[in-house]
Write a protein that binds this ligand. Sequence first.
Ligand SMILES: NC(=O)c1ccc[n+]([C@@H]2O[C@H](COP(=O)([O-])OP(=O)(O)OC[C@H]3O[C@@H](n4cnc5c(N)ncnc54)[C@H](OP(=O)(O)O)[C@@H]3O)[C@@H](O)[C@H]2O)c1
Length: 208
Amino acid sequence: MRIGMIGAGHIGATLAAHLTDAGHEVAIANSRGPGTLEDLVEAIEGSIRAVTAEEAADFGDVVVVSIPYGRYLELPAAALRGKVVIDTCNYYPQRDGADPELDDDSTTSSEKIQEYTRARVVKAFNAIYWYNLRDRARPKGAPDRLAIPVSGDDDEAKRTVGDLIDRIGFDVVDAGNLARGGRKHQPGSRVYTAELSADETHSLLDAA
Ligand SMILES: NC(=O)c1ccc[n+]([C@@H]2O[C@H](COP(=O)([O-])OP(=O)(O)OC[C@H]3O[C@@H](n4cnc5c(N)ncnc54)[C@H](OP(=O)(O)O)[C@@H]3O)[C@@H](O)[C@H]2O)c1
């Protein structure tokens, strides 16, 4: 599959390595331009190249957005429209600046990204520390395999993302839609950054 990546930091670079390992073609972007990603691209084996954010959005059948939430209005919205987008972003007001609609909980960060881009957003990888994403991939059925909660409004998009997650070494637990499900795995939720199996994740999401 062709995967575009916007954001090449802790989560973006770690996911890029997993996705190329799994045989996908990756085009990755940051905010400073492809020239600043040469070392990263060289360090990752497999099919990966550095591009602009707009090129990453055009390239991907699936596009990963992994940037500080406060910068989402810089995303190439027109190029993302209708695409399956994996949103790893979390809202931290100290880092991102205050967003009154998130502070009063009238909506969620993923819904705002979906509204802005008109993409089919699946919230995933937001609730796992980057070093667990790097180190804790396991074959299907391994007793210590970690689960990744996902949420989204488009079931087909969720299935596509679920397959990707399973193939890079993590179980998938569907938390529901972005509004209700997404809130169950955003910062402050019980599953957030906890190192949990699929059964444990199911129980906590059911109770939330
Ligand atoms: N770190 C974690 O363990 C973790 C876990 C789960 C979720 N998250 C969330 O996932 C997101 C990414 O986290 P991170 O830790 O990977 O951040 P990070 O290490 O700070 O990396 C952020 C990346 O986003 C890029 N970026 C910023 N604005 C951009 C734009 N307008 N267009 C293209 N690229 C842009 C940066 O590029 P430049 O350097 O060129 O600006 C950088 O490559 C955040 O929302 C974070 O809250 C983080």
